[in-house]
Unconditional design. Sequence first.
Length: 302
Amino acid sequence: MADLNVKINNLHLKNPVMTASGTFGYGLEFVDFVPLNEIGGIIVKGTTLKAREGNDYPRMVETPQGMLNCVGLQNKGVDYFIEHIYPEIKDIDTNMIVNVSGNSPESYAETAEKLDALDGIPAIEVNISCPNVKEGGMSFGVTCSGASSIVKAVRQHYHKTMIVKLSPNVTDIASIARACEDEGADSVSLINTLMGMAIDIEHRRPKLSIRTGGLSGPAVKPVAVRMVNDVAKAVKIPVIGLGGISTAEDAIEFLMAGATAIQIGTANFLDPQVTIKVRDGINEWLDRHGCKSIYEIINCLS
């Protein structure tokens, strides 16, 4: 059996398979289907400073080879998380990581500071695909300056491992990754969803309540693999790859492209045991090819 252990800064993962935020709840929802302690890391649903109701329904639409969503970061806020959710998940024997969102550098930083005090949360994932209210709704993650402002603010208040989740809806994702690295990010994860739209042609209206949403699932994988490879060549910090992963072969592509770890998202809706199946499949592939460690295939492209 190969050694599947990887490190994301000071964060030790027993294997490189993680769950993507928004697709695995708080982990507790999957406890009857999969041994949570066997997953490398669980990134819980997006958490904001104050409670958010999210967008109106409909906010999820199935598409060929994927799905669109515009859930809108529905959650009860970081204080509710600390009081009610954290006690239920803090003793799960894996890395419980909180995805953090906001609408200003200050709101990101305040949320991160509250989480910094929790011993059972060793890392956060900072979602910079959120709208910047001071810039007319433009996502923080689409410019180097916007990304830098969030990472810098969070770094001043958060002292554990900080992963920054990058938006693919940009012209040069490598430059944005470098900007995050320069301001103190310990890792970057990519890709977040691609913006898309679906139309109900019988009723002549968009299928989603706010017209557009984020596309995820197998359809985005080739774009994600390319972007992971671009970023891995541009930064020195570890890269976490995600986007359309549903098999071990998918995950291995990301690892070979330069990812140190991967996240599985949409596939969890189809198969709640997919994380363990992918982990086992990676191990079987490594054994079959005579590899003793996962690091033998990370960023191995010629």
